[in-house]
Design a protein around this ligand. Sequence first.
Ligand SMILES: [Cu+2]
Length: 68
Amino acid sequence: MLKLAVSGMTCSGCVAAIQRALGAALPGAKVEVDLAKGTVMVDTVQSQESTVKFAIEDAGFTVAGLAT
Ligand SMILES: [Cu+2]
């Protein structure tokens, strides 16, 4: 489980874009986006952290770091 603080998400369209990007990068991974808190949770292993970050940033958002 990876929980990241992501900036740049402003609406449900952004949430859908992130879901789509992560769905393509990590097929089958469970993704939860909390728009209000600005966090993205991905049910994946730690070694895939860079894949997750790259997919989010490639979709046009900024990964600020790990969220608590
Ligand atoms: Cu949006």
